[in-house]
Design a protein around this ligand. Structure first.
Ligand SMILES: Cc1cc2nc3c(=O)[nH]c(=O)nc-3n(C[C@H](O)[C@H](O)[C@H](O)COP(=O)(O)OP(=O)(O)OC[C@H]3O[C@@H](n4cnc5c(N)ncnc54)[C@H](O)[C@@H]3O)c2cc1C
Length: 576
């Protein structure tokens, strides 16, 4: 197949909060640069930032502080976060929220005195989650999209990145992608590349992220030899909607604020079971509530579709309908009355804390490659606080947009790609056209089950080893399974195949990292190693592809701001 070519200064992969902020900041930093956003979906309509419901964590309110936000992030992350990254996140969030309101044009909900309203989110010691009702992401991504449209920034919509391509000397040359509409291959050479494809653990039976996310970014990074951190850390959100097997609405999230506002979780006999698991009841962190629900489900105390109930009616149906309008409407569409009745829910894979290792300025081990948003790792450690996800993508997307123009100025030129690698990657992408057509959906179902049953909310060595074997078998079958339609244009079968390949590859890394971590921290729970281990000697996992095999090693966490047992809040009070 013929290869189309394009050259640009800055190439941004993904158009979520990270990608769009990066484009705007790069344009502001150096307006003359040629900036290109390539995205798998339609700009402003794809990815998870648009799906953000609850809101954005930011320490802006009297009584709150950046130090308090930082400490909540450490405690929530079970002392595994990279402290410099977490500090950058919490200390830049106030600036980013002001920018969203004053420059980008977002309106967030306000208190009667005109200050920004902060709502309660589980696992936080202060109500700091700024929001627009319960559909905050539409406000953020809609306004960001308009700002990008208003500037001369090139948009390659429905372009799927498939490989990071080096030059012969190993430096980064650019990215190979598929123009999904036309089914053609295109190489984009770039001075700097931002990976912002948003992770997305869609390899679990129940999951929340948008369907365009299939871990492509992490699969590309892994193949390019980059180290990935915290890959065992998959966050499950406790309240995924359970609306039966035949609707994509199953798994979609009912926002955290429902539990924050006082919602009750009930088993099928209407018993409020959280008291058996945690003193914070439904307001415990996501990992704790998800595990409690999973244990109740394993014990068989389930609702008709195999989940549990959330009940809000005791808070007053009118109040619930007013405060959670979007959630109430979503449930009504599926036949449930959230405001006054019961809704069936199930833990659902929501966020991926693992990702590419990066520095606080978003640079990676590969000069010229930057990473931001859910593709990056380290900020959240073992557990992301609700509200820290969109803060993460907008904070670090903005930073990447400032850093990349400076990097290009210091490192001018665009090296030519290594043609051998390019040929190999093109052939890899076209592989399913050379195989006999088979049943891709059956393979997908096996993947969803293997990950849900053996690499899910609760894990043990036997299950993880079983999953590693199953995943290898799925991958081998995938490589001999082709697609029925040989027209490359808008061939969704082809893209399903590529999605499955990325998901299966990254699933293998998750299972191996989970097997390596022989303790239980945050989102990672081993029934055979239920203790968290010594906090002071905490380590994080690093995964690399070496000679075709995935290697997992441990590295010590550096406590550069605060050690376990200490608090920045006390330190600050003492200093004052
Ligand atoms: C239902 C839901 C509710 C959420 N609510 C909250 C909340 O209330 N508060 C909070 O803080 N966080 C929330 N999150 C998490 C939050 O949405 C994410 O952490 C954040 O938006 C990720 O931003 P991003 O820019 O990294 O990725 P995304 O916004 O997901 O964007 C990824 C982009 O990459 C593109 N892409 C993917 N693969 C490729 C490829 N191969 N080539 C090119 N482009 C590609 C996608 O099309 C998309 O444009 C929620 C997530 C979900 C799913």
């Amino acid at each position: 197949m013929e290869l189309e070519r394009l050259a640009t200064d800055i190439l941004i992969l993904g158009s979520g909060g990270a990608g769009l902020f990066a484009a705007l900041h790069a344009f502001k930093t150096k307006p003359g640069l040629d900036i290109t956003i390539a995205t798998k979906g339609l700009l402003g309509k794809c990815g998870c930032t648009r799906m953000v419901q609850g809101g954005y964590n930011v320490a802006l309110h009297p009584g709150d502080s950046v130090e308090r936000h930082f400490m909540d992030t450490m405690e929530g992350g079970k002392w595994l976060p990279h402290q410099e990254l977490a500090w950058t996140l919490v200390s830049t969030a106030p600036e980013r929220v002001r920018e969203l309101e004053n420059e980008i044009g977002c309106f967030f909900d306000r208190n009667p005195d005109g200050t920004l309203h902060g709502k309660a989110f589980a696992g936080q010691t202060f109500d700091r989650t700024v929001h627009k009702g319960d559909l905050t992401g539409i406000e953020i991504i809609g306004r960001l999209m308009e700002q990008v449209w208003g500037r001369p920034i090139r948009r390659l919509e429905e372009h799927r990145a498939i490989a990071l391509v080096p030059a012969k000397d190993g430096s980064l040359a650019g990215v190979l992608m598929i123009d999904i509409r036309r089914g053609t291959l295109r190489f984009v050479s770039a001075g700097a590349v931002l990976l912002a494809t948003g992770g997305g653990p869609t390899m679990y039976r129940y999951h929340t992220p948008s369907g365009d996310k299939s871990m492509d970014g992490l699969a590309m990074a892994l193949r390019a030899g980059l180290p990935l951190r915290d890959m065992e850390m998959v966050q499950f959100h406790p309240t995924g909607l359970l609306a039966g097997p035949d609707t994509r609405m199953t798994g979609t999230v009912l926002e955290e604020g429902l539990r924050g506002a006082g919602g009750h979780l009930l088993d099928r006999s209407m018993r409020r079971f959280m008291a058996d698991y945690d003193k914070n009841l439904e307001r415990a962190t996501r990992d704790v509530v998800s595990r409690a629900m999973y244990a109740e489900m394993k014990a068989g105390r389930t609702t008709p579709h195999g989940g549990l109930y959330i009940s809000m009616g005791h808070l007053g149906p009118e109040k619930v309908a007013k405060e959670f309008k979007g959630m109430v409407e979503r449930c009504r569409d599926c036949g449930f009355d959230l405001a006054g009745g019961l809704v069936e829910v199930v833990p659902t894979a929501h966020y991926f804390m693992g990702g590419v290792i990066c520095r606080p300025d978003t640079s990676t081990q590969w000069p010229g490659l930057f990473v931001a948003g859910e593709d990056a790792s380290g900020m959240h450690g073992a557990n992301r606080l609700g509200g820290n996800g969109v803060a993460n993508s907008t904070v670090f997307g903005g930073i990447a947009g400032e850093v990349m123009p400076r990097w290009i100025a210091a490192n001018p030129g665009r090296p030519a790609p290594d043609d051998e690698v390019l040929e190999h990657e093109m052939s890899r992408a076209l592989h399913p056209f050379r195989c006999k057509p088979g049943n891709l959906n059956a393979l997908r179902e096996r993947l969803l089950d293997a990950m849900w049953d053996d690499v899910g909310v609760m894990r043990d060595a036997a299950g993880l080893k079983r999953a590693i074997e199953t995943l290898a078998a799925i991958e081998a079958e995938l490589l001999s399974t082709g697609i029925a339609d040989d027209d490359h244009a808008f061939n969704m079968g082809w893209h399903d195949w590529l999605n499955l390949r990325s998901l299966t590859e990254v699933s293998g890394v998750i299972a191996r990292a989970a097997l390596r971590r022989e303790n239980s921290r945050g989102a990672h729970f081993r029934t055979d190693f239920p203790e968290p281990g010594e906090l002071a000697t905490s380590t994080f996992t690093v995964a690399r592809l070496h000679a075709g095999e995935i290697e997992i090693t441990d590295e010590p966490v550096e406590f550069t701001h605060v050690k376990p047992g200490e608090s920045l809040i006390e330190k600050r009070v003492a200093a004052e």
